[in-house]
Design a protein around this ligand. Structure first.
Ligand code: BES
Ligand code: MN
Ligand code: ZN
Length: 500
């Protein structure tokens, strides 16, 4: 919610004062709160028991006679290290503290006292930080809810009335985008017995039925057989759950504007198939549809933001199980492209269903194609638990993704499409084989995908590392992260639109 006026004029459970580490001078609303309380903030700083470190929170209880019950001083860290991400992290920490204290309303300053950020940008980061930091997945809990208190409502105090409309738009944007991230977290957290390919297709159908500019089509196995999507069918045939090919279409621009196609891996559970994973590696493989969830949620956000683009979202969805009908190491699959693939390892299933989806994307004569996938353990080894692996055939598209990564904090790091490694995915009996061995595994997987991509800019995002947070991070509570959504939405928001 946005209110005009100074923080100290708004009645609420708590006022928030943002304070840099090691700064003697308080800025903006923090200075006003300090003055109003007869120097309570300075007192804490002078005593040295609050340093202003990022995510540090200090709770003050002023004597009666104030329009707030308490004051939360929130550290921003050093001014020289300040980034937009700083605000998201500080906001998340503050909102978490407020929830723990069962505070219902929380007033944040949206003033220009905070270094280098325009007021709407600051407001957007505050709302995103709170919405993402407060996320919890509670759908399967019937008792022992940690805290029943509903999270605090954030009120943004806009000092300069003229910036209020822009702040309101920024808040709405932040709510749409964090809603999309939270949707991905829900879908990825849902147990694999419930989040089947059919369930994922239902999610897509629901998203489309609530949005005029969004339409959905789901291809069933029969149709896939007719058109020759045998790589996707191969992955799905070891399971009783039928595979689905989900197509979401968003029309936000003139019909003749070529679309951007987003492709998301939708393996709703990856047991490895007959090349069965060990139990340690199998646990957690419900998150293997995260790329697909990111694509669905990004499409919904694009529609809610009325982005002036045309988009297509493709999600090849299947369960990778070792049932009696399962595809086998040694099988050769004829993909939708007509190219044949020798299956060396049924656990390298993502690249198979993505091969068919990337080829299907050609039908739209797209201006660009971007796929998102929890594709390789090798990418996790290479880049660790926070970075998204980026591959692509087009410098401009990669630059857009890098810029979006910088703006959102969903950092991407480029790995090479090293052509000399083409050797590693040559098959003795078919056009390609589906693994290139352990070494350079993220690269050979991306190279494999590149064989099914048409003559247009393409980028591949390997999110296997950041898909699931093993411990709490500032705006990502332990669990499904939802990464990819903010990155893609940001890239799409900044996409140049052809002038009429
Ligand atoms: N879904 C996995 C990749 C993965 C691994 C995601 C760990 C998240 C965490 C993918 O289908 C897979 O199994 N990849 C294999 C490929 C190998 C058999 C060539 C892998 O990375 O081990
Ligand atoms: Mn696998
Ligand atoms: Zn997988």
């Amino acid at each position: 919610m946005v209110r005009a006026g100074k923080v100290v004029a708004i009645e609420a459970d708590a006022w928030v004062a943002l304070v840099y580490e090691g700064e003697n001078k308080l800025s903006g609303a923090a200075a006003a709160i300090d003055r109003a309380t007869g120097g309570m903030i300075r007192e804490r700083l002078a005593a040295g028991d609050f340093k202003g470190k990022l995510r540090e929170i200090c709770v003050l209880y002023p004597r009666a006679g104030f329009k707030c019950r308490c004051i939360l001083i929130a550290g921003l860290g050093k001014k020289t290290e300040f980034r937009t991400e700083t605000v998201r992290a500080a906001s998340a920490a503050t909102a978490q503290k407020a929830r723990a204290l069962e505070l219902k309303t929380l007033v944040f300053p949206a003033d220009s006292g905070t270094a280098g950020l325009a007021v709407p940008e600051l407001a957007e980061a505050v709302v995103e930080g709170a919405a993402l930091g407060l996320y919890r997945f509670e759908a399967y809990r019937t008792q022992d809810m940690e805290e029943s208190a509903s999270p605090a409502q954030v009120i943004l105090a806009v000092e300069n009335g003229r910036s209020r409309p822009a702040v309101e738009r920024a808040v709405e944007r932040a709510q749409i985008v964090s809603g999309a991230v939270r949707l991905v977290r829900d879908l990825v957290s849902t147990p694999p017995g419930d989040m089947t390919p059919a369930a994922l297709a239902r999610v897509a159908t629901d998203l489309a039925s609530n949005r005029r500019a969004l339409s959905v089509e789901v291809l069933e196995a029969d149709r896939m057989r007719e058109i020759g999507m045998n790589a996707l069918l191969g992955v799905g045939c070891g399971s009783h759950e039928a595979p689905k090919f989900i197509i979401l279409t968003y029309h936000g621009a003139a019909a003749d504007v070529p679309p951007i196609v987003l492709v998301g891996k939708g393996v709703t559970f990856d047991s490895g198939g007959l090349s069965l994973k060990s139990y340690e590696n199998m646990e957690g493989m419900k998150d293997d549809m995260a790329g697909g969830a990111v694509v669905l949620a990004t499409m919904a956000a694009a529609a809610d933001l009325s982005l002036p683009l045309n988009l297509v979202g493709l999600v090849p969805a299947a369960e990778n199980l070792p049932g009696g009908g399962a595809y086998k190491p040694g099988d050769v699959l004829k993909s939708l492209s007509g190219r044949t693939i020798e299956v060396m390892n049924t656990d390298a299933e993502g690249r198979l269903l993505l091969a068919d989806a990337l080829n299907y994307a050609e039908r739209y004569e797209p201006q660009a194609v971007i796929d998102v996938a929890t594709l390789t353990g090798a990418c996790v080894v290479a880049l660790g638990p926070e970075l998204i692996g980026l591959f692509g055939n087009d410098d401009a598209l990669k630059a857009r993704l890098r810029a979006a990564g910088d703006a959102t904090g969903e950092a991407v790091w480029e790995l090479p499409l090293w052509r000399d490694y083409d050797e590693l995915i040559k098959s003795d009996i078919a056009d390609f084989k589906n693994t290139g061995g352990r070494e350079g595994g993220a690269i050979t997987a991306a190279l494999f995908l590149s064989k099914f991509v048409g003559p247009h800019p393409w980028a591949h995002l390997d999110i296997a590392g950041p898909v699931w947070a093993k411990k709490d991070r500032p705006i990502i509570p332990k669990g499904a992260s939802g990464v990819g959504v903010r990155l893609l939405v940001r890239m799409l928001r900044d996409w140049p639109t052809a002038m009429p």
